[in-house]
Design a protein around this ligand. Sequence first.
Ligand code: HAM
Length: 423
Amino acid sequence: MKIQSVTGMHDILPGDQPYFQKVVKAVESITNYYGFSKIETPILEFAEVFSKGVGVATDIVEKETYTFKTKGGDLVSLRPEGTAPVVRSYIEHGMHNLTQPVKLWYLGPFFRHERPQAGRFRQFHQFGFEALGEQNPSIDSQIIQMSYDVLKELSFKNITIQVNSIGDSECRPYFKKILTGYFRSRKSSLCSDCQRRLKENPLRILDCKEEKCQRVKSGAPQIIDHLCENCHSHFKQVLEFLDELELPYTLNPYLVRGLDYYTKTVFEIVENTTEEGKAQGSLLGGGRYDSLAKILGGRDTPACGVAGGIERIISLLKTREVKTVKLAEPKIFLAQLGQLAKRKGLKLFEEFRDAKILVAESFSKDSLKTQLRTADKMGIRWVLIFGQKEALEGFITLRDMETGAQKEIKLDKVVKEMKAKIK
Ligand code: HAM
């Protein structure tokens, strides 16, 4: 048996937890302010949720989703993203009966069988915000503002929001035709993947990272010149809101995103200065998906959302050594000596917990010397020593590790006295 994690999947070790928590805290405070409620969906969904929702011709569904048959014969997928499951849940639980928009947020592990590289893992974590049941463009700008706020809260400075509109079922088919014509006449200059995409979804060629395709792309027609009136007016309003909010956005006429469910607004947020940022790809990506609910079998539900990659954000946080949240550290150590003291010590430890005072211990150790050494290593000043004599006579010895001074405290007074001491 190989003692190593599965390729592309990583442990989040204790040293990384403070970074993780910092991101979670930022997300929680922003979702709370904007009135989003938390939702958790299962890690497994019926495969159709993604093949129908995200699109069979997307890289995600075609190449990257872990799909398998269960023992009961169901075809299921490990979720590669969170939007389709949230929409499935919205339909299943009749959330259209609630006041709209229904604003939901989530955070958890996602799975894509991608080629592992910088910022690209097979198990990674995303947080996401979804506002369902609202078509007003103010929602698009609010989702973009929230995405920006998360990074701002984490002290990111050089970030750019790239925005585009990819139209809807009224204007996109016509644009696809124009685009197909453009690329068909340059077919031999495209990579083999894009030659195939030409048939299935020419928009995806705009997203190709191959240099030869990038060259062809630079002269391609732009969808914003071909939007229908409705999409054009929607996009104009989104940009006006972004201007008002003074958000640092740029128009990227070739931004299409890798998921089929988008309509109208799409956006990505990237770190624009460091090489590291470039290698990682986007930190957050999202957009409007007005047809997804219908595609999944629900009623028409205009919606907009975003998801951010926690590993990518953490990796940049680390390079900048942004101060991380420290886990609360105990200021008291409870050392014990002998069986009776150990027993009574366990109880005392619980009393400290009831009083919400953090106390470190080493109940598995018998030697007082070892325990004092541990307390010293942890940099703890106050050590409570609970020996046989103390346990029998109902007191405890408090040792100040800085001065070496000791004093006795009655057992029933110890929690109160220590609370005052560590204030
Ligand atoms: P996405 O662009 O596929 O969008 O992923 C969102 C973010 O997840 C990316 O910007 C990136 O930070 C992170 N990410 C994606 N794949 C990986 C990977 N293999 N390893 C590490 N991080 C990764 C979505 O998933 C949409 N559901 C977003 C959305 C929500 N659209 C509307 N609502």
